[in-house]
Ligand binder design. Structure first.
Ligand code: ASP
Length: 344
């Protein structure tokens, strides 16, 4: 006699944080108003995919997202990690890529999926991408082989460290930068292009983030004295330069002076590029090499700015690291965040 086992549905925790997906119209425009239970009530088809319980971490427009919120989300997942097979987080799209990167550093060696989603239109509008995005997120979270931090949006799965919001209105708001999509959701099915390998060790949660970091976007002719002000207020400065990476001659000596002036404070300088794709290589042009010769710095290579900023916040939150260890950790690949870094 054959025994037919009933397939038990996976148990997923839905975490609400606000965003457009949960927004309702008010006198001053859209603002979050729906909790996670109300979101769930909009997608009755979820009951065929998984069983869901809900938790509210906050109810904010993601413009107001801060590292303190990432700590709260991390804590919520840590406290519930053993009890669920996976996690779906509803989030505003504006800073969603930062949160996905931050969680990739704060929660490592995951053997379960954390899926972050949102939408361009509120869930209770007649025309919306919210219901599809949310259902797709549950489909991916409940699929065997899903693990790690990812974004599900517009039918695509994006690794948590590789997303960028590239469109402010269209349903395909997010792109994967310098990395392939691991899967898509088509006809209600997860089509996987590659498998995430099993976690190398036990899951690890980090709680501390330091936000003493600033990004300076260079523009032609930018006055060099901005550096003096930034050095005074920040411990880490990410400089988004042009192309493969370089420093205008007018800024070089001010940068070297400031590094000398603050040398006891161990300030961090990180060179990034404003060009959205393919990354930096400071060895190609004289304008790049001259700054690497005069200033000890790190370079972002193919990492996204969202990953760079959150990785530095996470590393600066670990005061036990020596400068050399911090540098090594910055170039260590975490959740696919960096493919190529010239570390010597
Ligand atoms: N301002 C909204 C937010 O980020 C936009 C969105 O969710 O799409 O919360």
């Amino acid at each position: 006699m054959r025994v037919h086992r009933r397939h038990t549905l996976k148990k997923i925790l839905l975490i609400g944080t606000g965003g457009t997906i949960a927004s309702v119209p008010g006198t001053d425009g859209l603002a979050p108003g729906l909790g996670a239970e109300a979101l769930l009530a909009c997608i009755p088809a979820v009951q065929d995919i998984c069983t869901v319980e809900t938790l509210e971490v906050c109810s904010i427009d993601s413009t107001n997202m801060t590292p303190a919120h990432w700590q709260k989300i991390t804590k919520a997942i840590e406290e519930n990690y053993a009890a669920y097979d996976g996690f779906v987080i509803c989030h505003g799209t504006d800073t969603l890529a930062y949160t996905a990167a931050a969680l990739s550093y704060m929660i490592q060696n995951l053997d379960k999926p954390i899926v972050i989603t949102g939408s361009q239109k509120p869930i209770n509008m007649p025309e919306t991408d919210a219901r599809n995005n949310l259902l797709d997120s549950f489909r991916y979270a409940a699929d065997d082989g899903s693990r790690g931090v990812s974004i599900v949006f517009g039918g695509k799965v994006i690794v948590g460290t590789r997303a960028r919001k590239e469109r402010s209105k269209s349903y395909n708001a997010f792109s994967s930068i310098n990395f392939p999509y691991p899967a898509v959701i088509q006809d209600d099915m997860v089509i996987r292009y590659f498998e995430e390998p099993p976690a190398a060790g036990p899951v690890r949660f980090y709680h501390s983030m330091r936000d003493n970091i600033c990004v300076l976007k260079l523009i032609p002719g930018l006055r060099a004295d901005i550096l003096r002000m930034l050095f005074e207020h920040y411990d880490c400065l990410v400089i988004e330069s042009f192309g493969l990476g370089g420093m205008p001659a007018a800024m070089l000596s001010v940068l070297a002076d400031e590094m000398a002036h603050w040398q006891d404070k161990n300030k961090l300088i990180v060179m990034a590029t404003q060009v959205p794709k393919e990354g930096s290589n400071m060895t190609v042009y004289e304008v790049g090499r001259s700054v690497t010769k005069t200033t000890p710095l790190m370079e972002t290579y193919d990492m996204t700015l969202e990953s760079v900023v959150t990785k530095l916040m996470w590393l600066m939150g670990r005061p036990e690291l020596t400068r050399e260890e911090l540098r090594k950790e910055f170039y260590r690949t975490i959740n696919h965040d960096v493919l190529f870094a010239r570390t010597k």
